[in-house]
Design a protein around this ligand. Structure first.
Ligand code: MTE
Length: 301
């Protein structure tokens, strides 16, 4: 579908949400739930995998370029200019260059996918993203033989991103995926939520969403995508390699050195506001476990 930044999709334009909800419900209803002995309460909670409200999704954020407080992005992200926007695509690709948002969106099928975002700080929310598969873009770009990883960068613009005026992190924010993770059909480039363009605080105009990994892998406001041979630098991994591994798959059995990852608190949980058990790979185990076959996940965390 053609890229329409200012006149976005309505919810009626996109794939019905039950297709995505059912997927997770199926998994949650089977082995994970039986194993946890929580068929009643938890299965009911899964069935009601209702998205968080737009208000919740846009006022409780992590976007350190605007400060470290959860409400800083909502307060300051309006300072960021997101039009025009372009992405530098480089490295081991057939069609390197500067891609405008219109180029990137050309021919892409934007659909709605309801994914849980599980933050490393042990809270989560459920977000109805609008986006397309990263694999579709990588296929168009033409990944060359020998490329093994995909590296991503957020823009560097301290005059519009006050957090970047301080050395909170080693700017610009960087992330990376192994090529097979990047090509996985669950991996999205999101351009909207709730049928509207992404609010700035959620990573406008385009961000990564990797639902089986801790939220910090889902890098916002991307300006560079590079296909590379060596494992790329990743912001939190560089900051503290013992606490944040390159893979950072959601794993209730491998704790963060300073806190447990076994449970999570659903933001705005209402009726189910207690802590819920965290699911292996954030509930996407059936889809992604094969990517890590034979790897010791306590070593490759
Ligand atoms: N991307 C950039 N550029 N800067 C950030 O600070 N925070 C990450 C991730 N992407 C972050 C980022 C973290 S820790 C999380 S949990 C998610 O964004 C939060 O996404 P949300 O605010 O849309 O819920």
């Amino acid at each position: 579908m053609a890229y329409r930044y200012r006149s976005p999709l309505t919810r009626a334009d996109v794939t019905p949400k039950h297709m995505y909800v059912n997927r997770r419900q199926l998994m949650a209803g089977s082995t994970a739930m039986l194993g946890a002995g929580l068929i009643g309460g938890r299965a009911a909670a899964q069935e009601a995998l209702e998205p968080n409200s737009l208000e919740e999704i846009t006022t409780y954020n992590n976007f350190y370029e605007f400060g470290t407080g959860k409400t800083d992005p909502a307060s300051y992200a309006h300072m960021l200019t997101t039009e025009p926007w372009s992405i530098e695509i480089d490295g081991m690709v057939d069609n390197p260059g500067t891609w405008s948002m219109a180029d990137v969106m050309e021919g892409m099928t934007v659909e709605e996918r309801i994914y849980r975002l599980r933050c490393v700080e042990a809270w989560s929310m459920v977000v109805p993203w609008n986006g397309f598969e990263l694999a579709d873009l990588l296929t168009r770009v033409g990944v060359q033989e020998g490329a093994r990883y995909v590296a991503f960068e957020t823009l560097m613009r301290p005059e519009e991103m006050p957090g970047q005026q301080r050395a909170i992190l080693d700017w610009p924010y960087r992330e990376g995926l192994r090529l097979d993770e990047a090509m996985h059909p669950l991996t999205l480039l999101a351009t909207g939520l709730y049928g509207d363009p992404l609010p700035n605080q959620n990573g406008a105009p385009i961000r990564l969403v990797v639902p089986w990994k801790y939220g910090f892998k889902s890098i916002k406001s991307i300006v560079r995508i590079s296909l590379v041979e060596e494992m790329p630098e990743a912001t939190w991994n560089m900051q503290n390699p013992r606490e944040y591994g390159f893979y950072s798959n959601v794993n209730p059995n491998v704790d963060h050195p300073r806190w447990s990852q076994a449970t999570e608190r659903r933001i705005g949980g209402g009726l189910f506001s207690g802590r819920e058990p965290t699911l292996m790979f954030n509930g996407y185990e059936d889809e992604v476990a094969s990517l890590y076959e034979g790897m010791d996940l306590s070593v490759y965390y």
